[in-house]
Ligand binder design. Structure first.
Ligand code: GLV
Ligand code: MG
Length: 335
């Protein structure tokens, strides 16, 4: 059974009609910061003006002996910063870790009213979301948190991929999902040490000895999972995101990975390095020429029905809806 959606939930682009009137947030990049580092925290007020979401990371990449400092640093950072309309998120530790209970109880108690979304790693099934949902409900009631804190799941285990549809439908608190290619690669025993992106050895099978147009080209390692996740999110009114791209020395490959995700329906991606912020901004904002063409489709079919030709291309009710996705997104970017 589907639960009624949370009215505070940010609107997924292209979500079903009932949610169209709800507030929409631009979420092109989820920018990760390690909150135990004081010099990083000092830059957060300025950072908050240039990204759509600031996420205080408490999980992987935070050393074990800095877990408490990262949590305390995140609380201090949220208290001291005026984030304006920028989203305030945290990635807590996994549900089977020794830190998660303190992460949740302390953060909701201290800054629950400023926190938009909790990113939950290593989600394996709906039961993980149900647990967090109940715990958040109890903590919100105890600390008089005015608006529900949303949940964003990382899809990064084979078990999670198997259960992706149930996870997406698990709670009205669900905001969206991110693909976590590093943990997922390990979970599947994939033979790579990369964090996201392609792999030169993963190729489209070509004719033997093929050259030129018959040469073997690299395939997208993540296509299957991303497509599965996008469908699960779209069917439940959630936002899908591509996760991390770890090779900071290869901005072109990062942009290619982000662009594939954008075309597939993702709202944004993670940015782990400041150099990736502009890439995400560029990729996840629609191309002005595409928007201009989409606007012509909307203008040519004011009631969204029928069929017209524009520049030799057939347009109908379905392309009107496609055009609306682009024009709506362009409006949010311009706002
Ligand atoms: C992200 O957490 C990943 O594992 O890729
Ligand atoms: Mg991970």
């Amino acid at each position: 059974m589907k639960l009624p959606r949370n009215v505070y939930k940010p609107l997924a682009i292209g979500a079903p009609e009932p949610y169209r009137e709800l507030p929409v947030r631009l979420e092109r990049m989820i920018h990760f910061v390690p909150p135990h580092l004081e010099k990083v925290r000092a830059k957060v007020p300025e950072l908050a003006r240039s990204v759509d979401i600031v996420l205080g990371n408490l999980e992987d990449a935070i050393p074990l002996d800095a877990k408490e400092a990262a949590r305390a640093g995140f609380i201090a950072m949220v208290r001291e910063t005026d984030f304006g309309t920028t989203g305030v998120w945290t990635r807590v530790n996994a549900l089977n870790s020794p830190w998660i209970l303190d992460d949740l109880t302390q953060i909701v108690a201290e800054v629950g009213n400023k926190l938009d979304v909790i990113m939950l790693p290593k989600v394996e099934g709906a039961w993980d979301i149900h647990y967090l949902d109940q715990l958040l409900a109890q903590l919100e009631a105890r600390h008089r948190v005015a608006k529900p804190i949303l949940i964003h799941a990382i899809l990064e285990t084979a078990e999670g991929v198997k259960n992706v549809e149930e996870i997406a439908a698990a709670s009205p608190r669900m905001h969206g999902m991110s693909l976590g290619p590093a943990d997922l690669a390990a979970s599947r025993a994939m033979k790579t040490t990369r964090v996201g992106g392609g792999h030169p050895e993963y190729k489209v099978v070509a004719d033997a000895g093929g050259e030129g147009p018959r040469a073997a080209y690299q395939q997208d390692l993540w296509h299957y999972t991303l497509a599965k996740m996008v469908d699960a999110c779209a069917a439940n009114g959630l936002k899908p995101f591509y996760g991390p791209f770890g090779d900071f020395s290869d901005p072109l490959a990062c942009e290619t990975q982000f662009r594939n995700a954008f075309l597939m329906g993702c709202a944004g991606a993670w940015t782990l390095h400041p150099s990736q912020i502009d890439i995400a901004k560029r990729v996840f904002s629609p191309d002005p020429d595409e928007v201009a063409f989409a606007a012509r489709i909307l203008a040519a079919m004011p009631d969204g029905s029928g069929a017209v030709m524009i520049d030799g291309k057939m347009q109908d009710d379905a392309t009107w809806k496609q055009a609306k996705v682009l024009v709506d997104l362009a409006r949010i970017v311009a706002a």
